[in-house]
Ligand binder design. Structure first.
Ligand SMILES: [Zn+2]
Length: 339
């Protein structure tokens, strides 16, 4: 098969579009003919190399995949079925997996991190990772959905327990997780504010944020307080980290929840413990989401309530250019490779 893979870590140019071995059929695993694979920031980290994770080389990245079943692995999904893939891989045996909290599995992995992912004509995944697609949902749109949406769903619904009428502040609302979080919070009846860089402010507002603040230049905690009669927001969706942490904590109402899934600007944060207990704040860590949550979120993709934003669609042979575009940070929405 053709694949875009790298034999060594480094800049985007280490990615080569070349022949690679087809995945072998095996019982309990499905082989999918990839039609679209969306990029995530995780792909950049894999390509550059990670301190604590030894990525097998040569390596095929790609967590967000849609395509057609090419081999059913003796299972229940017919060959030719149009599917999108769960990006989370887990052991299925441990206490967390048995409880359906598979993103807490000690052996949790993301498709394309330790295993080969979707930058290829074919990918092999466990049967449980396959979600059939209705005919009207395109491969590009489906590939742009799973990772960011399951991440935002886990943060907002499961951990922060968003309810109708809550106020939610989404950091970096123009990012993949941010775009999903704005749409999910709105779908569940929340009032949404967001932050963005200057070039992404208007497009972030168009996703459904009532007010959008420039997180480089504004003390958005003051703006949030002014817009909520001094109260603050019920929920902050964080993933920026060190650069925004203080302002994000100060944006919370009494009893508010800050849920974070990343620290792109640095991972050292300060906290005044008096605020934590006296204002009864909750600080919650989040990573990915469960298979059950993605199944719960999928109908919102299928009926159009959640619409992944597509920045650019490129052929798999242009994976280097796709990485360069994501690395430059000027994209708005998902960059998707078609195969
Ligand atoms: Zn497990």
């Amino acid at each position: 098969m053709k694949a875009a893979r790298f034999h060594q870590h480094g800049p985007p140019s280490v990615i080569q579009y070349e022949d690679a071995p087809d995945p072998s059929p095996s019982r309990g695993r499905v082989i999918v003919r990839v039609r679209a694979c969306a990029l995530n920031h995780l792909d950049l980290w894999e390509r550059r190399g990670l301190d604590r994770v030894a990525i097998p080389l040569p390596h095929i990245s790609g967590a967000d995949v849609a395509g057609e079943v090419a081999d059913d692995g003796g299972g229940r999904v017919a060959v030719g079925t149009r599917v999108m893939l769960q990006p989370g891989l887990s052991c299925g045996q441990c206490e967390y997996c048995r409880e359906g909290r598979d993103n807490l599995c000690p052996r949790y992995d993301v498709l394309g991190l330790l295993s080969n992912g979707g930058y290829a004509e074919y990918v092999s995944v466990p049967l449980d990772n396959v979600i059939p697609l209705p005919d009207h949902v395109g491969f590009t749109e489906a590939a742009a959905f799973p990772l960011t949406c399951v991440t935002a769903w886990h943060m907002l619904l499961t951990l922060a327990r968003v309810r109708e009428g809550d106020t939610v502040l989404v950091l970096a609302g123009g990012s993949g997780v941010g775009q999903a979080a704005i749409q999910i919070a709105r779908a569940f009846g929340a009032r949404v504010f967001a932050t963005a860089g200057p070039s992404k402010l208007e497009r972030t507002r168009d996703l459904g944020a009532e007010e959008v603040f420039d997180h480089y230049s504004e003390d958005y905690s003051q703006r949030v307080k002014a817009l909520t009669a001094g109260r603050g927001v019920d929920i902050v969706v964080e993933h920026v980290g060190e650069a925004t942490w203080d302002r994000s904590v100060r944006s919370l109402a009494r009893g508010g929840r800050l849920v974070t899934c990343g620290a792109t600007t640095g991972h050292r944060a300060r906290l005044d413990l008096r605020h934590l207990f006296a204002r009864q704040l909750q600080l919650i860590g989040s990573y990915m989401g469960t298979k059950g949550e993605l199944l719960a979120a999928a109908p919102l993709l299928f009926d159009g309530r959640l619409r992944p934003v597509i920045d650019e669609v490129l052929p798999l042979s242009h994976a280097v250019a796709a990485h360069e575009r994501l690395e430059a940070g000027q994209q708005f929405g998902k960059i998707v490779l078609t195969v």
